[in-house]
Design a binder for this molecule. Sequence first.
Ligand SMILES: Cc1cc2nc3c(=O)[nH]c(=O)nc-3n(C[C@H](O)[C@H](O)[C@H](O)COP(=O)(O)OP(=O)(O)OC[C@H]3O[C@@H](n4cnc5c(N)ncnc54)[C@H](O)[C@@H]3O)c2cc1C
Length: 315
Amino acid sequence: MDCTCTKNNIEHYNNFELKNFNTAKVSTLADDVYFIHSEADFLSIIRNIKNPIIIGAGSNTLLSSSGIKNPVIITKKMSEISIRKDMVEVQAGASVQKLSLEAKENHLSGFEFLIGLPATLGGAVAMNAGAHGQTISDNIISARIYDMEKGEILTFGKDELEFSYRNSIIKKNPKRYIVLGASFKLEKKEKDLIEQKMQENTEFRKKVQPSLALPNLGSTFKNPKTKDGEPISAGLLIDKCNLKGYSIGGAKVWENHANFVINFNNATSKDYTDVIFTMYSKVKEKFDIELEPEIVRIGDFTPYEDEKWKIMKKN
Ligand SMILES: Cc1cc2nc3c(=O)[nH]c(=O)nc-3n(C[C@H](O)[C@H](O)[C@H](O)COP(=O)(O)OP(=O)(O)OC[C@H]3O[C@@H](n4cnc5c(N)ncnc54)[C@H](O)[C@@H]3O)c2cc1C
């Protein structure tokens, strides 16, 4: 891995190992990686590269073990948070964990659900992250978006971001839109009440989610609906197929909650794909329900892997 700082002192690496930049700890090499610290950094590189891929905290992203040829921009170091009264402005790479703690210190409610989420703000907006009855879309006013088609920065209001369950216009158009930051208006509340809610959320997470000591990508599938339109837990369906503990290579369905796949022994993207495809196929066979993956993929996957993901992503 060689660092070649460009003339503007932007960190640029060739053959960069991304194992520590995705929470599943899948090892892979990217041809070109840029770390941005500011919008100025971003603008100075974006016009000179083609088809960039954005990684925030890599907490919902399966990276291909076969490598990544497209230039990768990692946003983590562009991470300012500014709070004035009840208005919060956040850069894309800010940790949402830090954001929830700073909001609490300022007696602001609305980000309690972000405690314990290993994500960046940009990733949370793209995925419309949510938990405990709150989502990132609840209090958003607008987002600063770079439009790769137009080559300019635009401001998208909440409606233009087209949020729905774990989805947004950003996620639907990954080759076009990049989140640079977002503004929120939160509600003033007593700090004790905010603290209490965050503690409850933390306790709940400890019970139902693996810690990152067991590398994972969060929920594998979205919760589907039954034929009657009732939401049903993906984890429950997978559990009823007796898949807890099921493993291929270094990837395994977590024993405590079947919608998580953990990397227990140097799992590759193929191991992940095989386990995830088995979960999908067994649920389809037993319940005639086609689960939709929540996690996204980045990189150059083998035809074998692509074929399985195309089947799962068709719905
Ligand atoms: C232990 C654990 C618990 C989790 N719990 C939850 C939960 O409770 N609720 C929930 O919703 N999710 C949860 N997740 C999943 C994940 O944290 C969220 O989806 C999160 O929003 C992803 O943020 P990220 O920064 O890691 O995004 P990444 O994984 O880095 O990226 C996800 C996608 O967004 C794109 N992206 C990232 N940044 C930008 C940007 N600036 N502009 C445009 N596109 C961008 C990427 O290209 C990729 O397509 C959990 C994950 C783990 C590992």
